[in-house]
Design a protein around this ligand. Structure first.
Ligand code: OAD
Length: 240
């Protein structure tokens, strides 16, 4: 085993409080395209046309078609060894928080329960009139845009560019980063704020920051350990 991976594995074993922040890279090996980098979604589509409140106000059907398409991709894939290792870590550690920017639900499907979904969930629909939320897993959705029982149009239960993060979940995520002895930053380009600020927050609070990514990111310079490689290969070595 790589000596740095062995060192991080030992530190992880000793740490009593751990937090992890995941991004699209952890789901890449399941077959879900990331947003940035080679093959990234934002190389083909413009975020402002699909993932903003303005885009939805302008053309809700187009936005819904895109989300419906992504739901179809996600429904056809499975969690990978990286997701499973984090679910296993939750079982082993009393104090473990998993903060995810991913809306795909693969952490849930791998068995993680203590999950802070700071960018929402693609399987949740929220009414634009009464704000009621419901879970809807049909792919494709039978009606686009879907409607709430109150008659209002529903939107995807995700956070778009220009929107705030869900209040309590974000407070809990910051608290987890502040109280962790170790923060794992996995498969995120760390350019979207405020999520990207969690690594610096954890570092300031005394945590060891461990990055797991196939490429360098702005977090790499602050990380105590940078593990270069696919999350689905590295995480199972940390949680054997
Ligand atoms: P990005 O697509 O920006 O970044 C993916 C990261 O994963 C990159 O740093 C890659 O190098 C890395 N990566 C790719 N494959 C990997 C693998 N197999 N193992 C480990 N790392 C790998 O995705 P996010 O950082 O999650 O926001 O993007 C942040 C937010 O921007 C998303 O939540 C979404 C997006 O627009 C909203 O929807 C609000």
């Amino acid at each position: 085993m790589d000596p740095t991976i062995a060192r991080v594995r030992d530190l992880l074993h000793q740490a009593s409080s751990i937090a992890a922040l995941t991004g699209a890279g952890i789901s890449a090996e399941s077959g879900i395209p990331t947003f940035r980098g080679p093959g990234g979604v934002w190389r083909t589509y413009r975020a402002e046309n699909l993932a903003t409140p303005e885009a939805f106000a302008n053309d809700p059907k187009l936005v819904w078609e895109w989300y419906n398409f992504r739901r179809g991709i996600i429904a056809g894939v499975k969690p990978n060894a990286g997701h499973r290792a984090l679910a296993e870590l939750e079982q082993r550690k009393e104090n473990f928080s998993l903060i995810t920017q991913n809306v795909d639900g693969l952490h849930d499907r791998a068995g993680s329960r203590n999950l802070l979904k700071i960018h929402g969930d693609i399987w949740t629909l929220r009414c634009t009139v009464c704000a009621r939320e419901r879970s809807a897993t049909a792919t494709p959705l039978p009606e686009l845009p879907p409607h709430c029982a109150c008659g209002g149009m529903e939107r995807p239960g995700v956070v778009w560019f220009g929107e705030g993060l869900p209040g309590q979940i974000w407070i809990d995520a910051q608290r987890a980063a502040q109280h962790a002895q170790m923060l794992l930053v996995i498969g995120t380009s760390a350019v979207v704020y405020p999520a990207a600020g969690l690594a610096a927050l954890a570092k300031r609070s005394g945590a060891a920051v461990v990055e797991i990514n196939i490429a360098e990111t702005p977090v790499s310079a602050q990380a105590d350990y940078s593990l270069r490689g696919p999350a689905a290969e590295i995480l199972p070595q940390l949680v054997p």
